[in-house]
Ligand binder design. Structure first.
Ligand SMILES: [Cu+2]
Length: 571
């Protein structure tokens, strides 16, 4: 854990700004294209049918000047946007043209368990050459997405948007309607990334690499790849941080498949309302989105309508979706600026009245600083090296009060002694930046929840891990060591999550709404993915109304991969 003084942070932010300028200067030279053009991808398509035919296949792409093979659908990465209507029954025939098993999971969609698309739980997966036909009634509306639940296919591009019209027809709240699929692209081999992280958890957070580590890395990854990494690290002038496991060193952040050099462009006429359906399809990256000069009205979270919240900025974790409406009055152009949480890169878009008008790109913000609160020490956020060392020393060997079974060890590096609600906080790096940032406490559903029953019991789970060992789990156990969470059909339960780690974890329960208890009473927001901040305790209500085996996991792909995953069995 490295903490920065204020002056160090200032220096870092200056350096970051230089990096940003250099990157922008090289823009013209970098060519990038995907088989599907960005305009067709981002405009919400007409709803043509209730039947869809999707071919999962390798798709050639060039991103950042380098050729690579992505995993896409029908020749496109991201996969095509699917438009459905509430009340219809959709039928989706998925053919696997890869040489490994695939699957598609409909994220946030309430459906029978056998249609949920998780190999090993819902079904056997789709073998090479096979076609599996998903068929289910659509009982909700809003912005959702779909992605592979097999291996590392999500990291290599197998994700797309779902837009569901209300039964009574499209909402008519905006003249323009775009999806913004955000993602983190790498041409590194995802299996190698996991291996590197297990080997050294700060692998992608550059500490001064030496001749010794060069030799070691070259043995693991090959000389060419190691030299390439070193050149990138040098060019980025990276400094150590513990914000993200995987950073802009190997990631190119995409908006609708477009890297920042080219970006995505959305057209509008002055005075029009523009709806942006923002989906974080990244494997490992939390993003902070803003459009300098425009106020965004947040009108939906995870597909569900909320009372409009005017904001300048919001954080979106992997798997979350937010719908925002903006109303640009002049000609623009306006830049849609989406920084990675660790400020090692950004995705970029432009709202303009005609093509070819890029807006100004602001410098990236200073990197977030992990604080005492992130350590679960309670109190007000505080920084500084000395304070952190003292705090860590004080925690060593302590046992969790109220949860006698959870002890620190290899699997549980620390426990939050004073976990607290952080729902009214925008998140690390967004405090006090002069902008109105969305918080979970702001989310208020437009309708009262349908379920008035109080929960009959509580299930408390700690999010645990060891950053140095790249071990992640619930209650100090990996998936392979853990029992399923059993729920009785029809039961209403309160889940309590306590984050004992220094990272955010976006936790996704398949099949059911997670009704966040955020102080809005009966108007609590219905979410499918809830980000738990470091040192935070939050709770949500679940009605287990659909039988079956359901996945419950962290949506950071590599955390899930190494064991931050449980099965929830409803019977
Ligand atoms: Cu996680």
């Amino acid at each position: 854990m490295v903490m920065y003084s204020f002056s160090e942070r200032r220096a870092l932010s200056r350096r970051r700004f230089m990096t940003g300028v250099a990157a922008a200067g090289g823009a013209g030279a970098v060519r990038s294209f995907c088989p599907a053009d960005a305009a067709t991808l981002s405009a919400v398509p007409e709803r043509s049918s209730t039947r869809f035919s999707l071919s999962v296949e390798s798709v050639p792409v060039v991103i950042g000047g380098r050729r690579a093979m992505a995993t896409g659908i029908n020749g496109s990465m991201p996969a095509p946007t699917l438009r459905w209507r509430e009340g219809d029954t959709v039928e989706i025939a998925v053919t696997n043209r890869l040489d490994e098993t695939t699957s598609l999971h409909w994220h946030g969609i309430r459906l029978p368990a056998e249609m949920d698309g998780v190999p090993g739980l819902s079904f056997a997966g789709i073998k090479p050459g096979e076609t599996f036909t998903y068929r289910f009634p659509v009982r909700q509306n809003g912005t959702y997405w779909y992605h592979s639940h097999s291996g590392m296919q999500e990291q290599t591009g197998l994700y797309g948007a779902i837009v569901i019209d209300p039964a009574e027809g499209p909402a008519g709240t905006a003249e323009r309607d775009y999806v913004l699929v955000l993602s983190d692209w790498t041409d590194a081999d995802p299996e190698q990334i996991v291996s590197n992280l297990k080997f050294q958890s700060d692998y992608y957070n550059f500490r001064q690499r030496t001749v010794g580590t060069f030799a070691r890395d070259a043995m693991r990854n090959g000389v060419g790849a190691t030299i390439r990494d070193r050149l990138r690290w040098g060019a980025m002038n990276m400094a150590p941080t513990d914000i993200s496991d995987v950073s802009g060193i190997i990631y190119t952040y995409l908006m609708n498949g477009q890297p920042p050099e080219t970006g995505w462009t959305g057209l509008f006429r002055p005075g029009e309302r523009v709806r942006l359906r923002v989906i974080n399809a990244a494997s490992m990256t939390l993003f902070d989105m803003r459009i300098p000069g425009l106020t965004m009205q947040v009108v939906a979270a995870d597909g569900q309508e909320v009372e409009p919240v005017p904001v300048d900025e919001f954080r979106i974790a992997p798997a979350e979706t937010y719908d925002v409406i903006v109303r640009p009055e002049g000609e623009g152009p306006w830049t849609v600026f989406v920084q990675s949480e660790d400020r090692t890169g950004y995705a970029r878009g432009t709202l303009a009245t005609r093509p070819g008008l890029p807006g100004p790109v602001p410098p990236m913000d200073p990197r977030p600083l992990r604080t005492m609160t992130d350590m679960g020490m309670g109190g007000t956020p505080a920084g500084g090296h000395a304070g952190m060392s003292a705090a860590h020393g004080g925690m060593a060997g302590m046992e969790m009060s109220g949860s006698g079974s959870l002890k620190e060890g290899v699997e549980v590096q620390s426990v939050a002694m004073m976990p607290r609600s952080r729902l009214a906080e925008p998140g690390a790096g967004l405090e006090g930046n002069g902008r109105r940032c969305l918080t979970y406490a702001d989310l208020r559903a437009v309708r009262a929840g349908e379920e008035a029953r109080a929960p009959s019991r509580e299930i408390t789970l700690h999010l645990t891990g060891n950053m140095e060992r790249f071990i992640w789990g619930f209650d100090g156990k990996k998936f392979s060591e853990a029992e399923p969470v059993d729920l009785a059909l029809g039961e209403r339960v309160r889940f309590i999550l306590i984050n004992d780690t220094m990272m955010e974890h976006p936790i996704h329960l398949h099949g059911f709404w997670s009704e966040l208890e955020n102080g809005q009473g009966a108007f609590r927001p219905y979410k499918h993915t809830l980000t738990v901040k470091p040192g935070e305790r939050l709770s949500y209500l679940v009605t287990a109304d659909t039988p079956g085996m359901w996945a419950y996991h962290c949506h950071l792909l590599y955390h899930m991969e190494v064991g931050m995953f449980r099965t929830v069995v409803v019977s």
